[in-house]
Design a binder for this molecule. Structure first.
Ligand SMILES: Nc1ncnc2c1ncn2[C@@H]1O[C@H](COP(=O)(O)OP(=O)(O)OP(=O)(O)O)[C@@H](O)[C@H]1O
Length: 403
C-alpha cells in the first residue's frame, strides 16, 4: 500500500493554550528544517496531531526513516483516509492489510475510535462488522484483543475515516527551540555530547563552546569536536561552535596557581569565558557533561568553586548518571565512536598528578588574584573562531600556524 500521508502524534504537549500553539508551530518549523533536502513539505497541523503529505515512495521512505528522531514527536503512522461509507472503508482496510498477508501467522485486532457520534454504527458494531469481513479473507490472522502483533486502527472523525496499521515510536521530548537557548561546553569526550543531546530533547537550542590549546592539543582533537557538533545537528537544529584559544589562559593558570588547585582554577576560567560568550549569543544557561564524583573536578566542593564565578544557571543533565548509562546513550545517539578517538583534550594535558578533590574556594581565589586574568579572558573571547554546523566553516582557521 502506498500511503499518501504520515500522521504525527505530538509528544509532551502542554495542555495550556498558548504553550500548545507554540509547541505545534515550533514542531512544524523543525520538521520543515529537518527535511530541507526533500522540500517542499505539505504539513497540516491540527490541535492534537499533524499530517504530512507524501507524493512519492522516496519521500515516504526518507520521512519514515528520520521523523522518529525529531524531538517533540511521540509516534508516527502511515495513514489513509476515505469517505464514511462502509463498502469504501472495507476496501481501504483490505488494501492496507494486503501488506500483512505474506507475513506468516499474525494476531491482530480492529480498534475503532469514533469521535463522530452521528456515524450509524457504534464502536462495537463497527469493530465487529470490520472484523467479520476481514478474518475470512486473511487466513493467517487470528484475533487477539490483548497485545496483538498489530492493530488496524479505524478513526471515525468529523471530516473523514482514517485508517492505519503501523505505529512507530518517536523520540519524544519537546521541539528544539521551545525552551530557549543554552551554551554547551563541548569537550571531545563521551559525556558532553550526551549532555547536549539530553538538553536538546528538552527543547533547548544549543550553541557550543570548545576550549582549544594549540600546540598542546592537536588539530585532530579540534576536528573531533567539530564532528561531534555536526553529529548533534542531526537531531534537528543547527549549532554554532565557538572555539576558544585557551593556551594563554591555561599557561597563566599553571604559573599562578599551585598544581593541585590548577584544575579548579582552569575550570573557573572556562566558566568565565563561557559566560561571556553565553551573554553575547543570548543564551540563558550553560550546559556541561559533569557527573558527580566521576573525577576530581566533579565533587560537590569542586562544583561549588566552579559555580562561584557566575550566577548563570549551570545545567548538568548527567549529574546523577552512571558512566555505563552515559555510554549507552552515546552509543544510541551515534556520538560514542567519535568520542573515543584517542586525541588529547586541553584539560587532559594540563591535568596535575594529584588534583585536590576538595579545593578551598578562598585559596583558589587568592592565588588567582595576583594575575590579571580578566584581560586574558576578554582576549580569548574576542579571538574565538566560530563555525556553523551543519554548514561549512564561516571563518578561515586562525590556529593553522600554531599547529
Ligand atoms: N576542552 C573543553 N572544552 C569545552 N568544554 C570542556 C572542555 N573540557 C571539559 N569541558 C566541560 O567540562 C565537563 C567536565 O569535563 P571533564 O574532562 O572533567 O569530564 P569528562 O567526564 O571527561 O567529560 P567529557 O566526557 O564531556 O569530556 C565536560 O563534560 C565539558 O562540559
Amino acid at each position: 500500500m502506498i500511503f499518501k500521508e504520515i500522521l504525527v502524534r505530538y509528544g509532551e504537549l502542554s495542555t495550556k493554550g498558548r504553550n500548545k500553539k507554540d509547541f505545534i508551530s515550533r514542531l512544524r518549523d523543525n520538521v520543515r528544517y529537518s527535511f530541507n533536502d526533500i522540500a517542499p513539505l505539505k504539513i497540516r497541523a491540527e490541535r492534537d496531531r499533524m499530517f504530512i503529505e507524501v507524493e512519492n515512495k522516496e519521500k515516504f521512505d526518507v520521512l519514515m526513516d528520520r521523523l522518529p528522531h525529531v524531538f517533540g514527536i511521540q509516534s508516527i503512522s502511515p495513514v489513509a483516509s476515505c469517505e464514511k461509507d462502509l463498502d469504501v472503508m472495507k476496501a481501504l482496510a483490505f488494501e492496507i492489510l494486503e501488506d500483512y498477508r505474506e507475513k506468516g501467522d499474525l494476531t491482530f485486532k480492529v480498534e475503532v475510535h469514533r469521535t463522530d457520534k452521528t456515524f450509524p454504527l457504534n464502536t462495537h458494531e463497527l469493530q465487529r462488522e470490520m472484523g467479520a469481513t476481514i478474518l475470512p479473507n486473511f487466513p493467517n490472522f487470528k484475533v487477539q484483543v490483548k497485545n496483538p502483533d498489530f492493530a488496524l486502527r479505524i478513526e471515525v472523525r468529523e471530516d473523514a475515516i482514517y485508517m492505519m496499521a503501523q505505529v512507530i515510536q518517536g523520540a519524544g521530548g519537546m521541539p528544539i527551540g521551545s525552551n530557549g537557548r543554552s551554551l554547551l561546553m563541548l569537550s571531545g569526550g563521551i559525556d558532553s555530547p550526551v549532555a547536549g543531546y539530553l538538553m536538546m530533547k528538552r527543547g533547548v537550542r544549543l550553541d557550543a563552546i570548545h576550549f582549544f590549546s594549540p600546540p598542546y592539543t592537536s588539530d585532530n582533537a579540534l576536528q573531533k569536536v567539530k564532528e561531534l557538533a555536526n553529529e548533534l545537528t542531526k537531531f534537528g537544529a543547527n549549532i554554532r561552535l565557538h572555539v576558544i584559544p585557551f593556551t594563554e589562559l591555561q599557561v597563566a593558570v599553571k604559573d599562578a596557581v599551585p598544581d593541585n588547585m590548577s584544575m579548579t582554577s582552569t575550570r573557573r576560567m572556562m566558566m568565565k569565558v563561557a559566560d561571556k560568550v553565553r551573554e553575547e549569543v543570548g543564551a540563558l544557561g550553560i550546559v556541561t557533561g559533569e557527573s558527580l564524583g566521576q573525577v576530581a573536578s566533579q565533587t560537590l566542593e569542586s562544583l561549588t568553586a566552579i559555580n562561584d564565578v557566575t550566577n548563570t544557571p549551570i545545567l548538568r543533565p548527567l549529574i546523577s548518571a552512571d558512566k555505563n548509562d552515559i555510554i549507552k546513550i552515546a552509543k544510541d545517539i551515534g556520538t560514542y565512536e567519535t568520542s573515543i578517538q584517542p586525541f588529547e583534550d586541553c584539560c587532559t594535558i594540563f591535568t596535575p598528578s594529584s588534583p585536590k578533590t576538595k579545593p578551598k574556594l578562598e585559596k583558589v581565589q587568592r592565588f588567582e588574584s595576583f594575575t590579571e586574568f580578566d584581560e586574558l579572558i576578554d582576549r580569548a573571547v574576542k579571538n574565538r573562531e566560530v563555525y556553523q554546523f551543519p554548514q561549512k566553516e564561516v571563518k578561515e582557521d586562525k590556529f593553522a600556524d600554531l599547529l
